[in-house]
Design a protein around this ligand. Structure first.
Ligand code: GLC
Length: 716
């Protein structure tokens, strides 16, 4: 349909029908399984008639169900405007990939794009149109459980991933390619910085930091063509995002040039009342409409009050018309007016979902997401080693994470099952960790005595991270640390595998293990990936995209810190008046960009093509990387730059670029980077983004702890 035709359709709509398009209900309002829906219907100010006026539904999947509901809906809707089907396909649909924080550790945007494309294919075959992904919130606080859904603490890396997700979901032509979904960038904005790491709490970002670090990934997702943006639950400048007119109209729509559909998060319009900026749902509806929120997800402000508000205040009808046009345009971009059943196909669904090809990709993604944190000559394991497996996660199917949508845990191999597949049934002996606590005699357990290696599966259940799971203690459960202490007494090689959704305080764990693998929630093929890494079938290449602190007391801690007026490095250890702690180092336990390999890499011969650059040219930085170990491996070569003097303080270093290379043992390669003036721009005090002439320091290496050994000047 042309815009003029959409405009004609809009003009035929009654106010009630226009308001209907702005309402989104969850699946249980349409499910036969739901017993009594009276309560929720009342809460949502819904009637049977209004229910078939709404514009979108979330959480209905399965080709049969979506076709059936769409058919019923099209028959009942006076103008037969098709329904939009949306859902949380966050890191996979039926085939589950590692959680986004694990995908963030791959440093492989192409991998992310492939995972998103497969997720879209599985979801679209069920009749889904929109996914509430990518979540591009920048995170610096592992007390916040939703770091699990983020790709990490760095804006440059997050930008690459935001684009990869959107392109993977949407493809090149959303209307023609029925295997694609519309993407929804979320949560706008700054949701990853809640006060105290407590979910849904207010956010205290100053505007400069907000613009410099938090906005870029949203912008990249929008520039990549994301069709929707979702509002965040939190405040920005003490005004809840969902009712924040400046944030949504000035910054998002105008400055960031977003013209798509703005959807509230679940209940977020209604929450303007408890936030204390709306007297009641009526005022909340007005605030949200004025802020430009097009769709209200699961609260009743629009359904209860918008008709009456618009009837009494004509100026609101113009806003309502804009809102409805945004929704109609999205339906048109998805081709729903030509084919309301777009993509839904029970036959394709059967073969598309959880296919062996999809699982192969999930295996690759999981292998690339694993981060080798410690290896004191413990890994890779040799098949001849006698291994005993213990720990609370040894037989766990709970490897999919908190947002694993249609992922089926029962079809997710456990670590024990993967070990059996790899080594032969029961080659690895399993000891229940409770036995190890029954006092000294347990150490007479034959298998433990005979073992060469104890493999300990530790971590969190998926309920311990994700939404509404903020914690003040980010250590492993005490009992798990006690288990490691007991095992340490055995004088055997101890290798721990961690299943967790956030950076943990591993300070007590590190000294108790010889090998330590961070597995996150690795998805449908996670256990197989872990076994492949443990036995060296795959050489681990994961690099952290979020800092692991020494303790919760250091939070927020991230690599691109400000230098301060009294940097702790400048003084002698005895100096008191420096920016440091009395009881901890400033450095993290494991830094951004860190990860070990089974081989080693050497960086030499860092060269700059010149030491002066203008906005009209660029500098080539090259370095020789050599695999100095005995096995082939993948290295992520990272380029960091520091702007020595800025109008505002500039971080001690920032990731500017990275390249992943694979080198055989002994092989070396020259890796080149191009640095141009546009990469040196930053947010000034007046919010303009530009560069300043002056000196820059540069380093290239394996992680964010590298020294910046070279310098160059930007000249006007
Ligand atoms: C949740 C989350 C959001 C999700 C939405 C729909 O509360 O905040 O990320 O997409 O509701 O499930």
């Amino acid at each position: 349909m042309l815009t003029t035709e959409l405009r004609e359709l809009l003009n035929q709509m009654t106010i009630e029908e226009k308001v209907g398009q702005t309402i989104q209900l969850s699946a249980d309002f349409f499910s036969e399984e739901t017993e009594d829906i009276t309560g929720p219907m009342n809460e949502m100010a819904m009637t049977e008639e209004k229910k078939f006026q709404i514009g979108s539904v979330l959480g209905v999947t399965g080709a049969e169900k979506t076709i059936k509901l769409q058919k019923e809906y099209m028959e009942k809707h006076r103008l037969s405007i098709p329904l939009l089907f949306m859902a949380d396909v966050i890191h996979g649909d039926h085939t589950i990939f590692p959680i986004p924080l694990g995908l963030g550790a791959t440093w492989d945007p192409e991998m992310i794009k492939e995972a998103a494309s497969i997720s879209a294919k599985e979801a679209a075959a069920q009749g889904l149109h929109v996914t509430f992904s990518p979540m591009v919130d920048l995170v610096r606080d592992p007390r916040w459980g939703r770091v699990l859904e983020s790709t990490g603490e760095d804006k440059t890396l997050n930008k690459h991933y935001a684009r990869a997700f959107v392109e993977g979901y949407q493809g090149a032509d959303l209307k023609e390619d029925l295997t694609k979904l519309a993407a929804c960038v979320k949560h706008f904005a700054g949701y990853g910085a809640p006060r105290g790491g407590r979910d849904y709490n207010s956010v205290d970002l100053n505007e400069n930091t907000f613009r410099e670090h938090y906005l870029p990934a949203y912008q990249e997702g929008i520039d990549a063509g994301a069709k929707l943006v979702m509002t965040a639950f939190n405040t920005i400048d003490n005004i809840p995002a969902t009712g924040n007119k400046r944030l949504m109209r000035e910054i998002l729509r105008k400055e960031m040039n977003f013209n798509g559909v703005l959807i509230s998060d679940w209940g977020a319009i209604g929450e303007l009342v408890p936030h204390g900026v709306a007297q009641d749902n009526k005022q909340a509806a007005e605030l949200a409409l004025e802020a430009g929120v097009d769709i209200e997800m699961m609260s009743a402000a629009y359904s209860e009050h918008l008709v009456e508000l618009v009837k009494t205040d004509k100026s609101l009808e113009t806003l309502l018309d804009e809102t409805v046009m945004n929704i109609l345009v999205l339906k048109e971009e998805l081709g729903l007016f030509d084919n309301p059943y777009r993509g839904a196909d029970a036959e394709i669904e059967k073969i598309a979902i959880f296919s062996s090809e999809n699982k192969e990709v999930a295996l690759k993604a999981a292998e690339k997401s694993l981060v080798l944190l410690e290896n004191k000559k413990a890994l890779p394991l040799d098949r001849s080693e006698k291994v005993v497996l213990t720990g609370p996660m040894k037989n766990s199917h709970d490897l999919l994470g908190a947002w694993s949508w249609k992922g089926d845990k029962t079809k997710t191999p456990t670590l024990k099952e993967a070990m059996d597949n790899h080594l032969g049934k029961d080659t690895v002996k399993v000891i229940d960790e409770t036995e190890i606590f029954n006092g000294a005699q347990s150490f007479l357990i034959a298998e433990l005595q005979e073992a060469d290696t104890v493999l300990v599966a530790l971590g969190e259940t998926s309920e311990m991270s994700g939404e509404a799971t903020s914690r003040t203690n980010i250590q492993l459960p005490k009992i798990q640390i006690e288990l490691l202490k007991e095992l340490r007494k055995l004088n055997k090689k101890v290798v721990a595998v961690l299943f967790n959704g956030r950076p943990l305080d591993l300070s007590e764990v590190t000294p108790l293990v010889d090998g330590l693998v961070e597995a996150w929630f690795p998805g449908s093929k996670g256990a197989d990936a872990i076994v492949n890494v443990l036995y060296g079938v795959i050489n681990p290449s994961g690099r952290l995209s979020m800092t692991f602190p020494r303790s919760v007391g250091q939070i927020p801690i991230f690599y691109n810190q400000d230098n301060t007026g009294r940097p702790s490095e400048q003084g002698k250890p005895a100096d008191k008046y420096l920016s440091k702690y009395l009881d901890s180092e400033n450095t993290p336990l494991y830094p951004f960009g860190y990860g070990l390999s089974y081989t080693t890499f050497e960086y030499t011969n860092l060269r700059l093509s010149k030491t002066e650059v203008t906005s009209a040219d660029s500098i080539e930085a090259s370095v020789t990387v050599r695999n100095t170990g005995l096995s082939e491996g993948t290295e992520t070569v990272q380029l960091y730059i520091r702007d020595k003097v800025g109008e505002v303080v500039r971080p001690v270093k920032e990731l500017h670029d990275f390249k992943q290379i694979r080198l055989k043992a002994g092989e070396s390669r020259i890796v080149n980077f191009t640095i141009s003036e546009d990469q040196l721009r930053y947010t000034h005090a007046d919010h303009t983004v530009k560069s300043d002439a002056g000196e820059f320091l540069l380093g290239i290496g394996a992680d964010s702890t590298i020294e910046l050994t070279h310098s160059f000047n930007l000249i006007n």
